[in-house]
Write a protein that binds this ligand. Sequence first.
Ligand SMILES: C[S@@+](CC[C@H](N)C(=O)[O-])C[C@H]1O[C@@H](n2cnc3c(N)ncnc32)[C@H](O)[C@@H]1O
Length: 430
Amino acid sequence: MNETAKNSLGILLLNGPSSAGKSTLAAHLRDRLEAAGIPSAVVSIDDHMALAEGERIYEDDVYEIMPGMCGAIGQALRRGEAVIVDHVITSERIYGLLLEAAAGHPLRKVLVRCSPEILRERELRRGDRHIGSAEESARYLFPREGYDLIVDSGTQTPEQAAAAITASFFGGACGRWFLMKEMRQDSSTVAWNALGDEWLELARTGESRLCFIMPHMLEYMGDVQGQKILDLGCGEGGYSRELAKRGARLVSVDCSAKAIGYAAALAEEEGLSIEHLVRNSGDLFDIAAERFDVVLCSMMLMDCEDFDGTLREAYRVLKPGGRLFASVLHPCFDGNKETGIGRQGLGDERCAVVMNYFEPKVWEAPLNKGTIPVIWRHRTLEDYVKAFLRAGFTIVDLNEPRATEEQARSSTALSFLRRIPLYLYWQLKK
Ligand SMILES: C[S@@+](CC[C@H](N)C(=O)[O-])C[C@H]1O[C@@H](n2cnc3c(N)ncnc32)[C@H](O)[C@@H]1O
């Protein structure tokens, strides 16, 4: 490998149909990278194609401009810049030329897509393209799969998509470039990534989360002024934003790039400085050991496949004496509704019934009020305690919060929590 390739910041390919919003996204990405001190260049198909208004684009035309685009990519790489390639690749031979230009350099591939209706509407609105080009390019887009990340410009703003990309590949606000390392995927990261918008919507509106689980955790954590906190499995980022407002310094991690993009954009909107990273909780690569006073795992420890790995990583990144605060579904009163642990009766008659405390351990079902299946896991009390001890933690406290009278009056779901603890909170110490 030559010196340029060895020190290369690499290439980020944004591939997708025309009118999918790649140019806007590329500009946002370049701004984010430049702001983080990473020199970068955008090489765009639009700058290499001289198109008359309404002219149809053929594959041959794109193939012909590839030597020019590849030359520009090579120049930027030699200047030591990160290269964002904004392209509409519709054949194997065009893709082959890009791969040749990228040979020896890290290459990450992002598919930028949106619904056909949105493509059509944007094409009409911009008015300078042959009508139908966008849908045609979507039909022939190459490659069809194998992308490191998919962003949907119909449901993600350019800010959210750019934040998701930088948090996936570039290390977010810490301004370093992680093109070389990919997040380790497992069953939980795949399932939660597939949930996307549905989880964000449920999180924004979920009564138990907003009125019970979250306020209790924030109170449990106490004064966080000046503390360095890792919000592990941060989801839409509500805890991180609140903790940042209370004076803590936050790093927010989640395996879902969509959730991270959403969380990062909201934090920016609110003027909060929070570092966002897309990581598997079982492999927090590039997060230094002993960096945090607190690790927060809100309602995520029961989800992750690599439970021991997650606890090991949480332990590693905590300072000596640092605390892990965790909330989980209470394993004695929640589980698989069909054969494990479920509910009987309605309203004040409602009971928790235990059919099988030990099984099943793993199953697929949508979240409450959701439609897309996610992987659920059941860990017994013993599983939790033994895993905490194996990782080296000391158990400082365990909490089974009850709803207050006022909460109970506000809804039947919360009044149930005066009788049965559906959530279990832990405080552990390194
Ligand atoms: C129930 S949500 C909780 C989100 C947030 N902590 C809250 O309480 O609002 C679980 C979160 O954990 C994340 N998650 C699940 N498995 C993970 C893993 N292995 N690594 C990182 N994040 C994970 C999911 O993407 C999801 O955002």
